[in-house]
Ligand binder design. Sequence first.
Ligand code: SF4
Length: 276
Amino acid sequence: MIYPDFYEKFECKADMCFHTCCRGWEIDIDDDTAEFYRSLEGKIGDKLRIAANLEPEDGSQPHFILKNEKCPFLLESGLCEMILEEGEDILCDICSLHPRFFGQYQNIDYAGVGLSCEKSCELLLETDEPITFVGDEVKEFNRVFSTASLTYTPEFSEVDVEELIEIFSETEPIDENWTLHIEELQGKIGEITDKIEKYTLEYNAKLYNRIYSYILYRQLERCEEYSWEVLCDYAAICTDFVFMEDALMRDTKEALRRFSEQIEYCPENVSFLMEL
Ligand code: SF4
């Protein structure tokens, strides 16, 4: 398995996380864990059989029933009631693996931590050096995927900004706020272009090469479906969007996290951007 050097430093921020992943998503429970939950005794077992749908009648995957958009086991403190009561081993696959992702590129297995998670963004952004990779087949991997040679250059005219926002407005929205935000962007193209122009003189180019490389890295498994040029174009348009948001907010971490949530966790949105 190949993974970026910061992968092993990942540790969930738990109650210190502002954008907890226990809110806003429907969390599926894998079959083995659902079987275990059905027979689990005690307080958590009793609550699970009410707070999770372990026998969906429509044939869908068992899942937690969100309450006010939140996992029913997410406490006010920001901690997980299940972990506090029973320890981490009680978690289903998604809860124990998130935000890790896995793929295969040229017969090499690779992994990373997804950027919808604010801790993953912090790890990616903690240095502006090219990403290095770790793993048994790292020499072979570096031969086919060298981040040192991957560069991102922001180039935007007012028309480009308009087109970029138009393209992202056609992606499947993750939530209502995304749609509202896009509408807001569409109303201030001139202002955005000015801010981008200013930011282009100040931004950290090395850091943006790192962002571009990592967005591309996540999609390497699609190399059998799409050409290398398509993968690079996809990474470039996504980095353009992050750059634009960053130019507006001056918050690279949040620009990256929100982009990832909207695009990288929706395979249809990734395909849409690759097929432009
Ligand atoms: S988003 Fe990341 S840091 Fe936050 S709760 Fe989830 S895994 Fe932990």
